[in-house]
Design a protein around this ligand. Structure first.
Ligand code: ADP
Ligand code: MG
Length: 235
């Protein structure tokens, strides 16, 4: 078995000179298939920067990132966008749904970009909506859905391409406790069927759902509840 995510000596510096910010300062991390990992840490510690690099939304200044065994640093823009579309599902705190467009069409969107035909798109989008328990809301527009339901649509959109992993940046940050429970139940279900999940949260009870917790401070990993996995001792 090989890690889904393998980063080593990862650095990310924003700006230069006076305004230089070292957002990541030497991060080593391996995430194995089927793991559910929570990333915690104070505001400004580098969590989103790390997740954006893992999601190929940002490139590191130094260090390597292997995704499913592929060195992401070797890929050109076109290959990167393929990787983003096929291997990664991203969920943000703000749901980022297309307004005035049905839940179904929102979920279909990544498949449109992937060039999947209409009939298959419908089937796969419906299956993804079923996974998040929203088949009966397929025709609803975002403004006709609660926050928790909108986030579940966003999660269905992240899942519809069958990604190797789902990355989530404070997905319950805008939600009340009931909606938080609904969304976390979907993540639990996903993990039970073997999906790899990396989720940023600053709430202990949210992080408690994950089997493993990594704490980031000042651009470095300062705690990892399963150190032994990082050395590959399991394999
Ligand atoms: P967190 O998600 O843990 O709150 P971030 O990863 O967003 O932290 O930010 C880490 C540090 O990098 C912060 O000091 C932040 O101000 C800085 N930073 C993040 N993004 C940028 C950017 N695009 N340009 C400049 N500085 C940035
Ligand atoms: Mg953040």
């Amino acid at each position: 078995m090989k890690p889904v995510i393998e980063v080593s000596a990862l650095h990310k510096t924003y700006g230069s000179g006076e305004t230089e910010v070292h957002a990541l300062r030497g991060v080593d991390l391996a995430v194995w298939p089927g793991e559910y990992l929570a990333i915690m840490g104070a505001s400004g510690s580098g969590k989103s920067t790390l997740l954006n690099v893992l999601g190929c939304l940002d490139v590191p200044t130094r260090g390597t990132y292997k995704l499913d065994g592929i060195d992401v640093g070797d890929l050109n823009e076109r290959q990167l966008s393929l990787v983003r579309n096929r291997k990664i599902g991203f969920v943000f705190q703000s749901y980022n749904l297309v307004p005035r467009t049905s839940a179904m069409s929102n979920v279909e969107l990544p498949l449109v970009y992937a060039g999947v035909g209409r009939k298959e798109r419908r089937e796969r989008a419906m299956a993804a909506l079923e996974m998040v328990g929203l088949v009966d809301r397929a025709g609803h527009k975002p403004n006709q859905l609660s926050g928790g339901q909108q986030q579940r649509v966003a999660l269905a959109r992240a899942l519809v391409t069958g990604p190797a992993m789902v990355l989530a940046d404070e997905p319950t940050g805008n939600l009340d406790s009931e909606s938080t429970d609904e969304v976390l139940a979907v993540f639990d279900r996903l993990n039970r069927i073997g999906r790899t999940i990396v989720m940023i949260t600053h709430e202990d009870h949210v992080a408690g759902r994950a089997a493993r917790m990594v704490r980031v401070s000042d651009g470095q990993i300062v705690e990892d509840t399963s150190q032994w996995r990082r050395t590959g001792a399991l394999t």
